[in-house]
Write a protein that binds this ligand. Structure first.
Ligand code: GRF
Length: 208
């Protein structure tokens, strides 16, 4: 049984989607803990209701990024993680943290990487006149929003779209894609060669 630790900072809707899929699809894995850097993160309540262990490592209580990440790593280690899932976790992680959990950290980013790394992805896609947008699940490396791509989901950008309408369209796709991608990883169904990740069973890594 693999242990998944999910890191959140806020709403936690992707975390919810993963928790629900893990239970309803009887994965050979469990969400061992949900950890937030914000005490007020709404997602903590959902995890508590489900009987999942929660922890808060408040970044404001630590003088440096290194100190915060050291405490975060120690907290996560208590749950013997096989996989650390970033789900709306809004802190940059230090190289030391990323190296410690090499290829055991995944993230979901709300754009079609390598386009639009960083923040405000939907606004930037609309302002650029993009006709498609989407989200990417990728392994976390020291290169911000640039690790090997596990899966991508695409949606159209429609005339009249606002940041709110586009982000809602993308988010509903994220909720389908992220649980699938996490399940592939915990089942050992992915192979990586020269930075390219493929599903060994040939399942499509593109959600349209
Ligand atoms: C999602 O849009 C995700 O792509 C981004 O942050 C948002 C998190 O939403 N990384 P939620 O907390 O999972 O609801």
């Amino acid at each position: 049984m693999k242990n998944i630790v999910i890191l959140i900072s806020g709403r936690g809707s992707n975390m919810e989607a993963i928790v629900r899929a893990c239970t309803t699809e009887s994965w050979d894995a469990r969400v061992a803990a949900v950890v937030s850097n914000r005490p007020q993160a709404a997602g903590l309540a959902f995890a508590n209701e489900r009987g999942i262990a929660t922890a808060v490592v408040d970044h404001k209580a630590y003088p440096t990024r290194d100190a915060f990440d050291a405490e975060l790593a120690a907290t996560i280690d208590r749950f013997a993680p096989d996989l650390i899932v970033l789900a709306g976790f809004m802190r940059l992680l230090t190289p030391a943290f990323i190296q410690r959990f090499h290829r055991r950290i995944v993230n979901i980013h709300p754009s079609l990487l390598p386009a639009f790394t960083g923040l405000d992805t939907h606004r930037r896609a609309i302002e650029t006149g993009c006709k498609v947008a989407g989200a990417t699940v990728h392994y976390v490396t020291e290169d911000l929003d640039n690790g090997p791509i596990v899966a991508q989901a695409i949606v159209p950008v429609l005339p009249g779209d606002t940041e709110a309408t586009l982000s809602a369209r993308v988010l509903s796709r994220e909720h389908q894609m992220y649980p699938r991608a996490v399940q592939w990883i915990v089942q050992g169904l992915l192979r990586e060669e020269n930075g390219v990740v493929t599903h060994i069973g040939g399942e499509s890594q593109l959600l349209t």
